[in-house]
Write a protein that binds this ligand. Sequence first.
Ligand code: NAP
Length: 341
Amino acid sequence: MTRAAVVGATGYSGAELCALLSRHPHAEIVSVFSSGKKDARPIPFERLHPLLGRASGPEAEPFSEKRLEASRPDVVFLATPNETSAELAPKILEFGAKVIDISGAFRLRDAAAYPKWYGFEHPAPKLLAEAVYGLTEWCGAELPGARLVANPGCYPTSVLLALKPVLPLLAKEQPVICDSVSGVSGAGKKSDVAYSFSELDGNFKAYAVGVHRHEPEMRQGLGLPEDAPFVFVPHLLPVVRGLLSTLHVSFEEPQTKETLAAAYAKPYEKTPFVRVRAPGELPELRDVVGTPRAEIGFAVLPGGRRGVLVSALDNLLKGAASSAVQNMNRLFRHPETEGLA
Ligand SMILES: NC(=O)c1ccc[n+]([C@@H]2O[C@H](COP(=O)([O-])OP(=O)(O)OC[C@H]3O[C@@H](n4cnc5c(N)ncnc54)[C@H](OP(=O)(O)O)[C@@H]3O)[C@@H](O)[C@H]2O)c1
């Protein structure tokens, strides 16, 4: 059994982690934590997520480093704000557990990017070189041996899974334009007015254009320099969960539906949680919400020089918790689908 702890278990993605781990045949949840800032009382395990029903597990306690270490986890999932993860991960590694961090604290290689994109100086810059960027389907032997896994962001997961296979076909001088929409749970349990029902219901808007912190993560994942023509426009969709990216691309040489299908076939022929659809068949949110799967569809426009790629996933699952469990399975050499299929 893999002994797992979840910090941030009272948040949206931490609760999903608890639900998945509680059903995992080779994981034992040894401790779960809230921040303890709002309420110092422990929260019964089964109240963390509706799917837990009568499942038994440890109460969510106010976070304490001592209690975490005393629970002797093999792996600690950090479902916490970026700065909290950046502070906690080195201490956890110090006492010998592995860390799977679902925040952005260890995703960027360049420590100098943190003040600009995340608003803080990175407290453990040396670990940025060690962290394995856990886009599971594109990881190799580096993942099973890792101590620290930086789980990818939800928008980058959708964009990178769709773009990486076709990258060699793209026209270098033409922009890739990513219009991505996310359900509101992508922002976590915020109480800002901008996330209130009256602001969101019946509304739809673009936000953070040119300043979203997932943009440098996507450029890094695609190997694009800061001045490469790449446009990312996130939108807030008034649904609770689900994320869909529509990518507008140009090809160096004319393509057909057969050549694009061939580009996707090899990377995803054996991936249990990435499904590529038949040419012209585009995934919708309802195909993926509540599942650990990303689905990708594509269409080649007349003339073959332009294409549209669509990538859909559940931001709290393939965009966060289920991909973190996929990474745990690889780290501890459990079958990749364990606890998820
Ligand atoms: N939401 C998504 O779709 C998504 C997708 C991918 C990645 N992520 C990333 O995952 C992380 C968690 O996101 P979320 O949406 O689940 O956030 P959330 O709903 O706001 O939950 C945050 C969790 O962190 C806990 N926490 C806050 N400060 C803490 C501290 N100083 N020490 C210990 N625990 C602390 C909170 O405890 P309390 O309940 O006590 O406040 C809560 O359990 C973020 O870094 C986010 O960027 C989120």
